[in-house]
Design a protein around this ligand. Structure first.
Ligand code: HEC
Length: 161
């Protein structure tokens, strides 16, 4: 599936996304509203995860904990340099008080990564249901540029610590 940034998800596209999500509950929807719902209801909590939250080596405040869906975990374990469509990572963001303060997510939507355009990038720095995400599109340059040195844009050390 291919979604271009800036193009609103139509009713048809939303139907396709929810059908895709229904078919594979471990592959989160690459659309802001549906993804926010997936995150808020803890859809990723069964995934492989880091043993504890830790200070971010990047700009993600303040401590973070990364989760990998089964597709991404298997692909990293196989040593792939290109992850399959549907591979996804979620990172919980925690504030100074140790409370959950938002999420960052990356979802592979195209076979080829094309300088990060084959990944859907999402980040919201609040857990309020109506909060506006700071990123919610394929190929967001801010995210993709810093993630470029990773293993097909994945920066967390694998196996997860
Ligand atoms: C300046 C560098 C930098 C920028 C910009 C950045 N990240 Fe990250 N990101 C990291 C690092 C480093 C990690 C590894 C975990 C950690 O230390 O936080 C990471 C981890 C992640 C993860 C967990 C999967 C992985 O790759 O390890 C996700 C998901 C993620 N970032 C999403 C985003 C999104 C979405 C954006 C844009 C809004 C973004 N990141 C911008 C540096 C960055």
């Amino acid at each position: 599936m291919k979604f271009l940034p800036g193009i609103a998800c139509t009713a048809l596209c939303a139907a396709v996304l929810s059908a895709a999500a229904a078919g594979n509950p471990d592959s989160p929807p690459a659309e802001a509203t549906a993804l926010r719902q997936f995150l808020g209801t803890g859809g990723y909590l069964t995934w492989a995860r880091e043993s504890r939250s830790h200070r971010s080596a990047g700009p993600h405040p303040v401590t973070v904990r990364t989760y990998l869906n089964p597709e991404l975990k298997a692909s990293l374990a196989a040593g792939n340099q290109q992850h399959p469509v549907g591979a996804a990572a979620v990172k919980e963001l925690f504030g100074e008080d140790g409370k959950l303060s938002g999420w960052a997510a990356a979802i592979k939507t195209e076979h080829r990564s094309r300088v990060g355009k084959g990944w859907y990038w999402y980040e919201v720095t609040s857990t309020e249901p109506g909060a506006r995400p700071v990123a919610a599109a394929n190929g967001v340059p801010l995210c993709a540029n810093c993630h470029a040195p990773g293993n097909d844009f994945v920066l967390s050390p694998f196996p997860l610590r």
